[in-house]
Design a protein around this ligand. Structure first.
Ligand code: 3H9
Length: 690
């Protein structure tokens, strides 16, 4: 093992290098030798200045998140920062890759920062449910000003080195040998003879801050926090940096950090951070499995789904051959794509030039032969087995050997479609979520015969186009939609038994979902579910009647709720209230008061129960994969960590007891507790499939 901290000399400048792969996190085994190095260099009269640099692919990417929740061993990050500030000689941070969180805070402890142009700098702590705890909220505003600091800290989004230079966060951008140039920079400072000024002593921007403007911006940002504590704490900390003496603001930051890091929201968000990385590790797909190259993607179907998928690939830099049955359908699809890009241009998130570049990356076609040079071919056609098989018959006739074939089915049996082709090893499901150019989730459906390198390719290409990929097994609805079915099975019965739509929706939004199930019906259009039910010979008393009346939701101004002349704000519809009462009477159901707790037990608990069944069957490899599906595809509140993580907080014993109760009362399968859940109630831990 190499040493975590080494010192080299470039004349009178000492080069301190941190080497803690993979991302140079500030673990205890880095902090301890770094402190020793700084102390020695402070006392070494032959050293005139220091450069703080990192080996490997990046500058320090933050504190070591795996140490959170355990007692912090000394020296802490803030001790190191204090040591840098009181070095008595210039310290220059040499930044490449990402300087994030505690990494940027360490760099803020240096008197100067130089960076490669490709570097990124940020304080992403908010995404872990915390605020910067190493003085970031107090020092950053001193360099970039309070409004920029507020944006960076509350959003957690890193900025480019160029932006950092423009805003005073870095002092110089360098090409070529970063460390040598940083040493030259340090030498210049030494030569100038000026006493280096610590960031903590640069008060101009905080003293001249416009508090009213900061408060207005903070209020605006807080509105978007949606029940999360960290963004609000971040904004308050930046305000403290403007109104309190430096050390007092630092102490406050530290106290709030300690409180947040111990709270459930941060635990949930840290769980999701590691869960997302775990999801990339797929049983049977070792690190040695090499993904196939994907230089061009073919997509069949230019409707809402196919068009969105095509945009996702083009946005990720992969050209697309877009195929439709006829010219009209193709033109319609391309016009929608162009319109979507035009909206981005009007919002300022895309330039006209970039839009032209994206449009040029589409090769429209009505001829299957044009798919011959595609490395990955995805169908997004009508959800019907015979149609899908027919399409794959045509694809197979033209696809080159080794091309990956994928279906975007939401429910159909991927193995059956795979078997209809002569190359099931090259076949898999790629289940995108609408709008596919926006939604992060990608369910990668592993067929019985899907080859490991096909899965590795899907994971790599998914990441390349900015998706969060999760590998799932074959079953009706896969992970997400199957669990959604369980979550939604009791929504109509709840209405018939006495709940109102707004009461159910409020339970969901109070929990942190962006909307409740009935608001969702209205947004998506009730006719979609109606069509699916008819195809499967199923009925839903309330929803079917609304559809028969032409009340399809927002698009018709009426659904479960009323929408006054084009508004998207739902208001209760007395006609729906009367309909519910009438249907309940016809069915002989006695209406009663329904509590919020009952709504939770009859919607969220079946969701978790179905998740446990999915784990039992090995459809998901781990509980955390299910959490990733729900947070990225269905709006499960991130502060609650996904359904399976939330179940651990809610208590498996309590959930199983209530499921037993509802199963005894209704006999419905969704309530029959999974064995895995029962075991978890005994052991306190949700085991995964063997
Ligand atoms: C903080 O700094 C608090 C301070 O303000 C106050 C302290 C008192 N710790 O993402 P990747 C692991 S909070 C431990 O796949 P990439 C990661 O789990 C921190 N482990 O690579 C993975 O492990 P494995 C603020 C970490 O190239 C491996 O490294 N900083 C940490 O796609 C590779 O990661 C952040 O929030 C960590 N800090 O992306 C930055 N970071 O291989 C968090 C990563 O076993 N990190 N690991 O699965 C990132 O955003 C990305 O990792 C980064 C690289 C962009 C750096």
């Amino acid at each position: 093992m190499t040493e975590a901290v080494t010192i080299a000399r470039d004349g009178e400048i000492a080069i301190v290098t941190i080497d803690n792969p993979p991302v140079n996190a500030m673990s205890f085994h880095v902090r301890e030798p770094l402190m020793a190095a700084l102390t020695a260099l402070r006392d070494d009269a032959s050293v005139a200045g220091i450069v703080l640099a990192c080996a490997g692919r990046t500058f320090v990417a933050g504190a070591d998140i795996t140490e959170f929740g355990k007692p912090m061993q000394k020296p802490e990050l803030r001790d190191l920062i204090a040591a840098l500030e009181t070095l008595g000689k210039p310290a220059v941070a040499a930044i490449h890759g990402t300087a994030l969180g505690g990494g940027l805070e360490l760099a803020l402890g240096c008197h100067f920062r130089v960076a490669e142009a490709s570097a990124k700098l940020g304080l992403p702590e908010v995404k872990l449910g915390i605020l910067p705890g190493g003085g970031g909220t107090v020092r950053l505003p001193r360099l970039v000003g309070p409004l920029k600091a507020l944006d960076m800290i509350v959003s957690g989004t890193p900025i480019s080195a160029k932006d950092a230079l423009a805003n005073g966060l870095v002092d110089a951008l360098v090409d070529g040998d970063l460390v040598a140039k940083a040493a030259a920079f340090a030498r210049e400072q030494v030569k100038s003879g000026k006493q280096p000024v610590a960031v903590r002593d640069r008060n101009e921007l905080v003293e001249s801050a416009d508090l009213a403007a900061v408060d207005a911006r903070a209020t605006e940002l807080a509105r978007k926090a949606r029940g999360l504590e960290a963004p609000i704490a971040c904004a308050e900390a930046v305000r403290n940096a403007l109104t309190l003496p430096f050390d007092e603001a630092l102490t406050r930051e530290r106290e709030v950090f300690a409180k947040l890091v111990a709270g459930d929201q941060s635990k949930a968000q840290r769980h999701l951070f590691f869960a997302e990385r775990e999801a990339a590790k797929v049983p049977g797909v070792g690190k040695d499995v090499k993904p196939r190259e994907i230089a061009r993607v073919g997509i069949i179907g230019a409707g809402t789904m196919g068009g969105g998928i095509a945009m996702a690939f083009v946005n990720g830099g992969i050209p697309v051959t877009l195929l439709e049955m006829n010219r009209e359908a193709l033109d319609r699809g391309l016009a929608t794509i162009e319109k979507n890009y035009a909206i981005s241009v009007s919002r300022g998130s895309l330039t006209e030039e970039a839009k032209a570049g994206r449009m040029a990356a589409f090769t429209p076609s009505t001829d299957y032969a044009d798919l011959a040079d595609c490395d990955l071919i995805i169908e997004a056609v009508f959800e019907e087995m015979s149609v899908k098989k027919d399409v794959f018959g045509k694809i197979e006739a033209v696809a080159k050997p080794g091309a990956i074939l994928a279906t975007n089915t939401s429910y159909l049996d991927v193995n059956e479609i795979a078997a209809s082709t002569g190359r099931p090893q090259d076949f898999l499901g790629l289940h995108f979520f609408s709008p596919a150019n926006v939604m992060k989730l990608l369910e990668i459906v592993r067929g019985a015969k899907t080859a490991p390198d096909v899965l590795a390719t899907a994971l790599a290409v998914g990441k390349k186009i900015g998706k969060v990929p999760v590998v799932v097994g074959v079953c009706h609805g896969f992970v997400g939609n199957r669990m959604l079915g369980a979550r939604g099975a009791e929504t109509e019965p709840l209405l018939l038994e006495g709940a109102t739509p707004q009461q159910v929706d409020n339970v969901f939004t109070d929990f942190g979902w962006p909307m409740g199930p009935f608001q969702m019906w209205d947004l998506a259009g009730l006719d979609i579910g109606w069509r699916n039910r008819k195809a499967q010979g199923k009925t839903a008393v309330i929803a079917d009647t609304l559809c028969e009346r032409g009340h399809f939701g927002q698009k018709t101004g009426r659904g479960v709720y009323l929408y006054e002349s084009g508004s998207r704000t739902p208001t209760p519809d007395p006609e729906v209230a009367a309909l519910i009462e009438e249907k309940a009477k016809q069915l002989g159901i006695d209406r009663r008061e329904i509590s919020s707790q009952e709504i939770i037990e009859r919607t969220f608990y079946p969701l978790i129960n179905e998740g446990a069944k999915i784990l039992e069957e090995g459809i998901a490899a781990r509980a955390s994969d299910i959490d990733i599906v729900w947070v990225n595809g269905y709006g499960f509140p991130i502060g609650k960590g996904g359904p399976m993580f939330w179940a651990s907080l809610e208590g498996y014993g309590k959930i199983v007891e209530r499921l037993d109760y509802w199963y005894a009362r209704t006999g419905k399968d969704i309530f029959k507790p999974a064995e895995l859940l029962r075991k978890a109630a005994e052991t306190g831990k949700l085991a995964e499939a063997a």
